[in-house]
Design a protein around this ligand. Structure first.
Ligand SMILES: Cc1ncc(COP(=O)(O)O)c(C=O)c1O
Length: 445
């Protein structure tokens, strides 16, 4: 069979059926895959090959933070491709130099050195490697309501059900509960969560624990915003026991919360920070591990036993520089803060109007609506790790009416690109408003 010269020679049906026949889809039985054939995208919209427009209310995987089709990012990639598409990571090149320097300026506190990876999971893998080497300790701690990636240790650190089928239990990971505030449990104070954490550290043996990994604002497990005092308390406990604090900002970084990094809201500086997604707005794959001098210094004399063929890939570094330029020129971080207030007002309006809206949470343009059958008991509209007829009906409504976002269990994610305008937010929330009439039908009267 000859390979088609350009993708548009295929019909929408052919694209979908060839993708399904020859490639594997993430996190599902393949018979359940029902992908949209996407043709092009601009700003907060994308279009399928048959010309239908969708408003992207999840920035794809909470990652196209600058919006689609930004010329500054595209041109940066094109210029770099013309000049130097690839050199190996033992050499030096301009985009690597400039991006390293720029990140040292943007990253919290004195974090001033990065190791570049291909994405989020391998950023976390390498963060574990660094922490083990620096502390000489093996165990790592993480939290149950978390996702850290689908590779070995990153998968084991993941607390949510995506780990269940993948966990061999040999990774040295110890998991703890987080300060959760959702329908299934009472609000936990920072003090209570910190008490659990300290007790677990004591019981495990502090001298065996290299690092504590946490998503600063937890992403797919519910946009969980830490109560004030929690991150400061984690910092203090880590200092007390010589444990490295590692913040996973793969989803919460690069403006998503209305600050460059979510830790900036609480003025906490972790020892290590991991990032990906918004670093290039996903135009090309790139992740990074940022570290404070006290971590980096260890590797001045000691070998860093790590490496990747695509460490500091020139196209990816150039894309990141173009992306950061776009964030800065258009003040997208400020826009995330301002539009975050507009989004919060929409959430409130929906909660006032629809009995199915049990809880809303947001910080910047990182938001979620939790749907319930009954506000008194807060019984969710779909079970933990499951779905329901109502959630399926909402998904169908969104697809038919041109809104793209993630539904997870009983929740609707609202994470649009940071370039979104008030009118565009109104447009998306008008569709969500109508879909919630379907959710209200599942509410117990
Ligand atoms: C918080 C967090 N950590 C890690 C990852 C893994 O990143 P990747 O899919 O690029 O490996 C993700 C991806 O969704 C994430 O949200």
């Amino acid at each position: 069979m000859t390979i088609a010269a350009a993708p548009h020679v295929l019909s929408a049906e052919e694209i979908v059926s060839l993708c399904k026949q020859y490639t594997l889809y993430d996190w599902m039985a393949q018979s359940a895959a029902d992908p949209l054939p996407v043709d092009h995208a601009k700003g907060v919209y994308f279009w399928t090959t048959d010309g239908k427009r969708y408003i992207d209310f999840n920035s794809q995987l909470m990652s196209v933070n600058a919006g689609h089709g930004d010329r500054r990012i595209i041109e940066a990639i094109k210029r770099q491709a013309e000049k130097l598409a690839y050199v190996n990571p033992f050499l030096a090149h301009e985009p690597r130099a400039l991006l390293g320097q720029k990140l040292a300026e943007l990253l919290p506190g004195d974090i001033d050195k990065v190791f570049f990876t291909l994405g989020g999971a391998d950023a976390n893998e390498n963060a574990v490697k660094l922490a083990r080497a620096v502390t000489g300790r093996y165990k790592v701690m993480s939290r149950y309501r978390s996702y850290h990636g689908s590779t070995g240790v990153a998968m084991a650190m993941t607390g949510d059900p995506r780990r269940w089928a993948n966990d061999l239990g040999t990774s040295g990971v110890v998991r703890v509960l987080d300060p959760y505030h959702g329908p299934q449990r009472e609000v936990d104070s920072a003090e209570k969560a910190l008490d659990y954490l300290e007790e677990t550290i004591q019981l495990e043996g502090p001298h065996t624990i290299a690092a504590f990994f946490l998503e600063t604002v937890t992403g797919t497990n519910g946009v969980l915003i830490p109560p004030d005092g929690y991150l400061q308390g984690v910092r203090e406990l880590c200092d007390r026991y010589g444990i490295l604090m590692v913040c996973d900002e793969i989803m919460s970084g690069f403006g998503r919360t209305g600050a460059w990094f979510a830790v900036d809201h609480w003025k906490v500086v972790p020892d290590i920070i991991t990032m990906a997604k918004g670093l290039t707005s996903s135009y090309v794959p790139l992740g990074a591990v940022g570290m404070r001098p006290r971590v980096a210094e260890h590797f001045e004399k000691n070998v860093f036993y790590g490496g990747l063929t695509y460490n500091s890939h020139p196209l990816a570094c150039a894309a990141a520089l173009g992306t950061i330029q776009a964030y800065e020129e258009d003040d997208m971080i400020g826009n995330a803060r301002r539009m975050g207030e507009v989004m919060r007002a929409h959430h409130q309006e929906l909660a006032d109007k629809h009995p199915s809206v049990g809880l809303t949470r947001s910080i910047g343009l990182f938001g979620i609506l939790e749907l319930v059958r009954d506000r008194r008991t807060m019984e969710p509209l779909a079970p933990f790790n499951g779905t329901s007829d109502e959630m399926k009906a909402i998904a169908k409504y969104f697809r038919e009416h041109g809104l793209y976002t993630f539904l997870r269990w009983h929740s609707i994610m609202t994470n649009p690109p940071l370039c979104i305008t008030e009118d565009e937010l109104n447009e998306g929330f008008a569709i969500i408003d109508k879909a919630l009439d379907l959710a209200d039908q599942g509410v117990r009267r």
